[in-house]
Design a protein around this ligand. Sequence first.
Ligand SMILES: [Ca+2]
Length: 286
Amino acid sequence: MEYIVNLCCICVVLCLSLHISVIDATIPEYFLDEHCSQTLSLNYGSVEALRLRLTKTLTYPDGMRCAMRIQAPEGKKLVVRIEKIDIMGTQDSSCQDGDFLQVFDGPSESAISHPDLPSNLCSKPDVGHFSTSGRYLVLRFISNTDLLTGSGVKLTITAYSETPCASDEFRCKTSAHCIKSSLRCNEHPSCPDGTDEIMPDCLSTAAIAGIIVGCVLVFASVVIAIVVLCVMRERRKRARIIKVRQLLQTFRLENKMSNGYLSNNTSRNGSTNSIAWIDKSNGYFE
Ligand SMILES: [Ca+2]
């Protein structure tokens, strides 16, 4: 019984200790071809991140030349996680004869290409992320062909400040990036090392719901088990009482038999099957 009670306590404590909170998982998503020659400012209050894709449709026109600028809030820089770059075309090793994406580390297309990246990108580079040296980033897409397109581009771009982090910021575990705390556990990695989504600190809503349901089921099972055990215990108790009573009755019967006898006896007046107890002390038994 003590074990069951302890198990109940553990379940309750586990459920109560879960970090259950409503997480704003919304990061706006944009398409590069819808924002040519525009500037997107990462100034959404607590969000300060966006997801970027190349085009809204699977195909794009030939001869496309589209550049978009992204701006971090004052005093911050940008970190870009490369989820996917898959641009098809008549590719060579430098993508020069096909379609490609270019990344400029500055406010305009005249800025230098980012030093961590190839000048032209048509497939995912060796690095999975890069950071800007300032608050601006320019992405330019050029299509030279109208051949098959790839599965596209997926980037997550997040504003960050360098350590020490402010009180409303989260510090990435293995780097000096500070991102908004609201970007933690929103199912979209923003840190270069992805530690803003690390487990078990972050549990998805579905996982939390599953654990709560599991806890409830375990708790209900334990309660049912306790009820069943109590009922069985009560039944065993009653059975023991009945058995004791039967033993007492048997004992009393045997005790009486040891002091007299019970027999089908014929009465002296000739009647049959009458039952009589005759005490041994009266000498009749002999
Ligand atoms: Ca995140």
